[in-house]
Ligand binder design. Structure first.
Ligand code: PEP
Ligand code: MN
Length: 227
């Protein structure tokens, strides 16, 4: 609730929160799962903010969709074709994050699995790819934005947080994404990042987020856009 109120106040339109977390290690915190979904539903009801949340199991699309306005497919599941087909059949709007080892073509053909079932509401999300560079968590592929604009009609948003891996780097990447034509940004925020159970190092606190939103608003005007 604290995060939802802070980001809504700063101008965020949608709240992304994970209940089912696809963690690299089975020993890492796996999310609050059903309890997390209920908390997200409660937050939506109290604040009116729409919710994006991740679904990891093709059989759970219906359950997750009850608490979400938009589903998310995470990077590790971008080519989970039974999950994509199940979301396609649900007709629920979905954010499809780019697999961190996948080309743009592989990403667009993954989106086709959803579109092909009659679900047109696919939002692509660039979140960084794996390269030899290790000064950031992943390498944000800014060029993918204009490449997709040329190849597809689908909206493309950018997650600078997972690419950067560090909160200090997030504002610069967010601004670069806006300048390159991104249709939206997915930015991790935590009321107290030091206490976050997942990804605290890359999370902005509410005042950093508010400052960034102010800077993005100014930049948007300069490139004929509005936030
Ligand atoms: C997330 O969005 O919380 C997440 C795990 O991101 P990704 O799937 O891009 O790694
Ligand atoms: Mn995360």
């Amino acid at each position: 609730m604290e995060a939802a109120e802070a980001v809504k106040d700063a101008g965020a339109r949608v709240l992304r929160g994970g209940a089912f977390k696809p963690r690299t290690s089975p020993f890492s915190f796996q999310g609050l799962q059903e309890v997390g979904l209920a908390l997200l539903a409660h937050t939506r009801e109290k604040t009116g903010i729409p919710i994006v949340t991740e679904v990891v199991d093709p059989h759970e699309v219906g359950v997750v969709a009850k608490c979400a306005d938009i589903l998310q497919v995470g990077s590790r599941n971008m080519q989970n074709f039974s999950l994509l087909t199940s979301i396609g059949k649900s007709k629920w709007p979905v954010v499809l994050k780019r697999g961190f080892s996948c080309t743009v073509t592989e990403w667009l053909t993954a989106a086709d699995y959803i579109l092909n079932e009659g679900n047109a509401d696919v939002i692509l999300c660039e979140r960084g790819i794996r390269t030899f560079e290790d000064s950031t968590r992943f390498s944000l592929d800014i060029a993918a934005i204009p490449v997709i604009k040329k190849a597809s009609h689908l909206p493309v948003i950018v997650d600078p947080s997972h690419a950067a891996g560090h909160h200090d780097l997030v504002p610069a990447l967010a601004k670069a994404a806006l300048a390159a034509g991104a249709d939206g940004l997915l930015i991790e925020v935590h009321p107290n990042p030091a206490e976050a159970l997942v990804d605290g190092l890359q999370s902005l606190n509410p005042s950093e987020f508010r400052r960034l939103m102010g800077e993005l608003r100014l930049m948007a005007r300069a490139v004929g856009r509005e936030i």
